[in-house]
Design a binder for this molecule. Structure first.
Ligand code: ZN
Length: 343
């Protein structure tokens, strides 16, 4: 991306919310404010999230997802055809049960969802901005379908909606649209059969950069337990990266710090920017800048230096704000350290 330093630091997306806005260190935490107060509170929270990122030395910033309760439902609850009143308990990501909404009719976006958020974000910072949207497959995997009868058909319907949204956000000055697809690390046959095609449909015709984020999830218990079953080498990315290398997606965000992902798998992403996870989101231990620099040094064996973006493994929403702030600062400082080293 033009206008960025070497090793531009960025984040996967979410940041903790202030305790006056939502209960801290909790996923899907309900809002503490309502109506106009909620809107004003969310905007104040975006300002604080930007401050945390800018003081941390990040180069591509986000709104920290301060206007969304959850990275998937926050979008889906704005659509028609989905019933959020009567939830159903289903197994998601093939590993844990969640109460999810039901698809009861054709999914329709009655009006733009994030345009006002992006206008506010664009005006609030001079940095490059990233906006995250859920990916089509992950949306399908976070609800119960009673209407389409096919995960592929539903994904393609979502992809059309996301594409409309993404085009509007790009026109409002977003530099990177990122689709979050943790489901890509679970359903490999579907990724091959229609997952990447749905992603391509979501990004079709976009003039801004596009990214996909694929991770091993937030540091919640179900994910930590799942990771323990994956063995010494996590080779899940080996299935998806060759497909993404052939796709029109520009950037791939992956988990790396403190994980068992063999680093050579990044070599499968030739021609793409690689957002290397240098910050572990499943631990409250704050990395040192040198820890971050070590991950970057290791990744440089497989990723050209002008394609490497130091990033977080995943969203930081389940952490405390103090820990998140310190981790972002370590990320920014580690990237700066490497910039000096490369001169
Ligand atoms: Zn993630």
């Amino acid at each position: 991306m033009k206008g960025l330093p070497l090793f531009p630091a960025t984040l996967a997306g979410s940041l903790p919310k202030p305790s006056w806005l939502a209960e801290p260190e909790k996923l899907w935490a309900p809002w503490k404010l309502e109506g106009e107060q909620l809107q004003e509170g969310q905007r104040d929270a975006v300002r604080l999230a930007l401050d945390m990122q800018e003081k941390g030395g990040l180069d591509v910033v986000s709104d920290g997802e301060q206007t969304r309760k959850h990275f998937v439902n926050g979008y889906m609850e704005k659509l028609e055809g989905i019933d959020f009143a009567n939830l159903k308990t289903v197994r998601i990501r093939n590993r844990y049960d969640a109460n999810v909404p039901r698809v009861v009719g054709p999914v329709v976006r009655p009006k733009p969802v994030h345009s006002e958020d992006v206008k506010f974000l664009r005006a609030a910072t001079t940095k490059k901005i990233k906006f995250t949207l859920p990916g089509p497959m992950t949306m399908v995997d976070t609800l119960y379908d009673e209407h389409y009868g096919s995960r592929e058909k539903l994904a393609m319907a979502f992809a059309g909606i996301l594409n409309q949204e993404a085009r509007e956000l790009a026109a409002l000055g977003v530099d990177v649209i990122q689709f979050d697809e943790p489901a890509f690390n679970v359903y490999f046959d579907e990724v091959r059969e229609w997952g990447v095609a749905a992603l391509e449909k979501a990004r079709a015709g976009l003039t801004c950069m596009t990214a996909v984020h694929i991770c091993y999830g937030y540091g919640i218990e179900a994910n930590i337990k799942w990771k323990e079953t994956l063995g010494d080498e996590w080779r899940q990315y080996e299935q998806t990266f060759p497909l993404l290398a052939k796709s029109s997606i520009d950037q791939v965000s992956l988990e790396c710090a403190n994980s068992h992902v063999p680093l050579e798998l990044m070599g499968l992403l030739q021609g793409k920017d690689v957002l290397v996870g240098c910050i572990d989101v499943a631990s409250t231990r704050v990395e040192t800048p040198e820890d971050v620099a070590n991950v970057i040094r290791a990744a440089l064996k497989y990723v050209p230096k002008d394609r490497l973006y130091p990033c977080t493994n995943c969203g930081l929403v389940p952490l405390s704000r103090d820990v998140a702030r310190a981790k972002l600062k370590a990320l920014g400082d580690g990237a700066a350290l490497m910039r000096k080293e490369m001169v």
